[in-house]
Structures are given as structure tokens and as C-alpha cells.
Design a protein around this ligand. Sequence first.
Ligand code: CMP
Length: 140
Amino acid sequence: MAIERTFSILKPDATRRNLTGAINARFESAGLRIVAQRRIRMTQAQAMKFYEIHKDRPFYGELVSFMTSGPVVVQVLEGENAVARNREIMGATNPQNAAPGTIRKDFAESIEANSVHGSDSLENAATEIGLFFDESDIVG
Ligand code: CMP
């Protein structure tokens, strides 16, 4: 299996409840290494661009306003099969459908305030990482 990098966000509902460490512990104990990490307040322009793929969905406006409502932690996670591994650890987008023991099952408040984002493909991971990090920010 290949060593991959994936992009992760700890969302405002997670930072508000001081869950950064608890969620990072899930990544690390699953073998994912946090090779870049920054706590930021996303601008409206950043959130709109990041979620551009959802711009025609009815929840787009609400999502942009949620993602700019408080601090987020943007991260690069590295490890074997990191994209799929992270998606397993996160669980389904809707916490009601998330498997027991996943981050979203244990921490998410709703389908929108679902605590974490993770890239859904290796290609999107590279694009998303590039929106927030330079190669020199990533220390493997
Ligand atoms: P994320 O994995 O970051 O990708 C898109 C986000 O849109 C999703 O997590 C949720 O935070 C948010 N969202 C809000 N409503 C919905 C919905 N009905 N379906 C999917 N995603 C939603």
C-alpha cells in the first residue's frame, strides 16, 4: 500500500468544544501522522472556494457561514492509504449514519456541524492541500 497525504479540517463545532486534541488522538492512534497543521479563521472567500463543488446545493450558503463562524484547524495527514483510512476514521457525513467508534459518530452535532472534513480522493487531496499549505509547510 502507498504512503499518501490527505487534507483534513477540524471544523468550528470541534474547536468550540475544545476537541482538537481528542480528534488528533484518533488520527494518530490510527497510524496517521499530522505532518502540517495550522489553526485559522477561514475567510468567506476561502470557504466559498473550498466548497465550490457544492455551490448549487441548497446547503452551500449555510455551510460557508458555518465554516467561517469560528476557528478551524487545517491539517495534512500522512500514512498508508491515508485518504481511505481517514474516511474510515471519520465515518459517514451524516453522524446518524456513522459507524460506532468513528469521529463523527462520537463528536458530530449534525450533518453540517460534523466536526471534520477529509478529502474524498487522492486528486482532491492534492488540490485541497494546495489551497492552504505550501510544500515547505509540510514536514514529514
Ligand atoms: P464535508 O465532508 O466537509 O463536505 C461537505 C459538507 O457540507 C459536509 O461535510 C457537511 O459539513 C456539509 N453539509 C451540510 N448539509 C449537508 C447535506 N445535506 N449533505 C451533505 N453535506 C452537507
